[in-house]
Design a protein. Structure first.
Length: 265
């Protein structure tokens, strides 16, 4: 069991939603650095094109921009159809990372930010997984020892009471964690693993305010004394997408330095 084969994702076809920025870009970088072909999708077409160009310059894998506004069902359907057309042999890895958050006090939290947040962070994970089932099954049929993989990007805010008032976000991510467990039981027999990464603090646009105001405190409050780096989340995804992680199914893996285990008392 050579390490370079056990953890290989070379030549695998990967879709990373929200793959042009933040944690999604970190994941895209990791797969491309290890020889995968990564489709990067988000509603920001310019960011998709820019990130794909930058990643292709690094190689050795390849990046393809495939923008879509995943809040819209029709756009999900278009994305899935285009991916199936381009990749008749299938899709080996689906990383459901696209997400939005909204923070506001309980008394004024707007109703519309429940619909938007739950749709993108939870419902569209189901939508895309469902639409790409034929492509995932085709890839998973290549070997029982190396199934296709669905990797859902969750949050430690689904494991604990959040520090900030992000009611719809934490609820959506908690739903996502359980949806992953349900799907793992259904899709395992079809050659597809489904797992969740419960991510802690990383430096992204979504966490920019917290990092600007409280980065020192966040680092000091983490058992590892730091925030997450690109290799942390990319490494976890590569593990789950490779032969090394092929017997991991229905798991929620905390990628947070252990901060979610700390007592507040």
């Amino acid at each position: 069991m050579e390490v370079n084969k056990l953890f290989s994702v070379k030549d695998k076809v990967v879709l990373v939603t929200g793959g042009a920025k933040g944690i999604g870009l970190m994941i895209s970088q990791g797969f491309i650095a290890n020889g995968a072909k990564v489709y990067i999708s988000s509603r920001d077409a310019k960011a998709c094109e820019s990130s794909a160009a930058e990643l292709n310059a690094r190689g050795p894998g390849t990046a393809v921009a495939l923008p879509a506004d995943l809040l819209q069902l029709s756009e999900c359907e278009r994305l899935a159809a285009e991916l199936r057309r381009r990749e008749p042999r299938g899709v080996h890895v689906l990383v459901n990372n696209s997400g939005i958050a909204w923070g506001e006090a309980l008394d004024t939290f707007p109703d519309k930010q429940w619909g938007r947040v739950l749709t993108l962070n939870l419902q569209r994970v189901f939508t895309l997984t469902q639409l790409l089932l034929p492509a995932l099954e085709a890839a998973g049929a290549e070997s029982k020892q190396d199934p296709a993989a669905v990797i859902n990007i969750g949050s430690i805010d689904a494991l604990r009471v959040p520090v900030f008032e992000n009611y719809s976000y934490s609820a959506a991510k908690a739903g996502l964690h359980h949806l992953s467990r349900v799907l793992s039981a259904k899709l395992g027999p079809r050659g597809i693993t489904v797992n969740t990464l419960a991510c802690g603090p990383f430096e992204t646009k979504m966490t920019a305010f917290a990092m600007k105001s409280f980065k020192g405190e966040i680092e000091e409050g983490n058992p590892m004394g730091r925030i997450g780096s690109p290799g942390d989340v990319a490494g976890a995804c590569i593990f789950l997408a490779s032969r090394a992680g092929s017997y991991i199914n229905g798991a929620t893996i905390n990628v947070d330095g252990g901060v979610s285990n700390l007592s507040k008392m």
